[in-house]
Design a protein around this ligand. Structure first.
Ligand code: CA
Length: 247
């Protein structure tokens, strides 16, 4: 699969530190010639959140690069490894007991794409100009919307909108959601932390993510989130598939 990809992160205007982390593997970085992309949003205050997101990204990357398990087992296991690394750090340091992180991941391999997710960062697929959220948020408000107790609009400004219900580093070893995608040339994927999409209505997200030049699209998204307040750290990766070889 041939693609181009661009990633960026911005502290925003209000948070004292950037607790997000991201990673783009080299083209054909995996043992079977695939590539992967990660966005993590750390929780746990100051040093803890940033350490959790970076530790997850490092641990998951190292596992994905080294493992020859089949997909999606490799993806599932990488998330477990990320969780265990965070729990180990929590136990070693009382100051880091609250550290945890979300993680959203995309793996491209052969003619297939796999998305893994824990928490409320998101992976979207843009196909023929329409943006679809593929990952499901593990958040209190998303569960209420799903159960029919809250509207999408009310969820956006609910005081509990930042409550995440499944994380790496929580009490229980979490199972990642895994979503298979059959990719097509021209598809774009957007991985993002909530500092991006919670500032921007879906239609604006869709319009900006479709800008012809990929780097320009990423920059437009970042600026739009800043203009709307930049209340949280903003992180995003955009990937465009140029050619998909069916295997
Ligand atoms: Ca965030």
């Amino acid at each position: 699969m041939r693609f181009q990809a661009v990633g960026l992160t911005d502290r925003g205007y209000h948070r004292p530190v950037n607790e997000d982390a991201y990673f783009l593997s080299a083209q054909r970085g995996l043992t079977d010639g695939g590539s992967f992309f990660l966005v993590a949003d750390g929780l746990g205050g100051l040093a803890g959140g940033a350490e959790a997101s970076h530790l997850a990204v490092e641990t998951v990357s190292a596992f994905l690069l080294d493992s020859d398990l089949s997909l999606p087992e490799r993806l599932l296991e990488s998330f477990r490894q990320g969780h265990r690394a965070i729990v180990k750090r929590q136990r070693a340091s009382p100051a880091h007991q609250e550290m945890a992180t979300t993680l959203t991941a995309l793996v491209l391999s052969g003619g297939s794409a796999w998305i893994g997710n824990i928490g409320d960062s998101r992976t979207y697929l843009m196909r023929q100009g329409l943006l679809h959220q593929i990952s499901l948020d593990h958040s209190w408000v998303a569960e209420q919307v799903q159960a029919g107790f809250l509207s999408e609009l009310a969820a956006r400004c609910h005081p509990y909108r930042n409550v995440v219900t499944r994380v790496l580093g929580g009490l229980k070893e979490p199972d990642a959601d895994i979503f298979p995608i059959v990719p097509q040339a021209g598809d774009r994927f957007l991985l993002a932390s909530d500092g991006l999409f919670s500032e921007l209505p879906d239609m604006i997200l869709e319009r900006l993510a479709a800008a012809p030049d990929l780097g320009g699209a990423a920059e437009k998204l970042r600026r739009a989130a800043l203009v709307r307040g930049g209340y949280d750290n903003i992180t995003l990766i955009l990937i465009e598939l140029l050619e998909v070889l069916l295997t």
